[in-house]
Design a protein around this ligand. Structure first.
Ligand code: IMP
Ligand code: MG
Length: 188
């Protein structure tokens, strides 16, 4: 039986969160030209929508990382593609699709902080605090989720489902809890 997709957040709900985040970021970075660093691949749809909602002068760069998870894994993060733009003295805003264990965001934070930016902040569309293994400071957060695996809006499972315009909880076959640990969403 294929995994099932439970609707979680509709495109209008996501758009509302993106507009709210953009309004806060625009206000905080008024008069500055931040460097938005998108974390590939998961954040590419969110970053594209966020940039258009921001409608302000900014620069965009990308990094690509792989994180190893699961039993017996080291939890190590590997940098597959580094940022090409200089970070020193820039106002850097990291843009993540989802913060789960926190390993990727914490690793990136250290990596960028070492390059002496003028400021460094983190924006994530989704936050799963119940999954956290490493502490992460989140400055802009779209939604707080329970311990669920979500796909769509750029997020994948084995490269599937990135194209879906909404967000869905992916449930494995036989996973009868609906969905596991699910609670009402907390939009921040
Ligand atoms: P971390 O565990 O916080 O390091 O998250 C690392 C990466 O795992 C994220 O950038 C995503 O690419 C992926 N990930 C974590 N949770 C989910 C999810 O619910 N759906 C899809 N990808 C996820
Ligand atoms: Mg993935």
């Amino acid at each position: 039986m294929p995994p099932s997709l439970q609707p979680l957040l509709s495109p209008p709900q996501i758009a509302e969160a993106v507009a709210r985040l953009a309004a806060a970021i625009r206000q905080d970075y008024a008069g500055r030209q931040p460097l938005l660093v998108g974390v590939l691949k998961g954040a590419f749809v969110f970053l594209a929508d966020l940039v258009r909602a921001l409608d302000m002068p900014l620069s965009v760069g990308f990094v690509r990382l792989a994180s190893y998870r699961g039993t017996g894994s080291s939890g190590a993060v590997q940098l597959l593609c580094d940022l090409q733009e200089p970070v020193a003295k820039r106002d850097v805003l990291l843009v993540e699709g989802v913060v789960d264990s926190g390993r990727t965001a914490a690793w990136l934070w250290q990596h960028l902080a070492a390059q002496q930016p003028a400021s460094l902040r983190l924006c994530t569309l989704l936050d799963k605090p119940a999954r956290r293994q490493v502490p992460v400071q989140i400055d802009y957060r779209g939604f707080t989720l329970p311990d669920v695996f979500v796909v769509g809006y750029g997020l994948d499972c084995n490269e599937q489902y990135r194209h879906l315009p909404g967000l869905y909880v992916l449930q494995a076959p036989g996973d009868t809890a609906s969905p596991r640990g699910f609670e009402p969403l907390l939009p921040d």
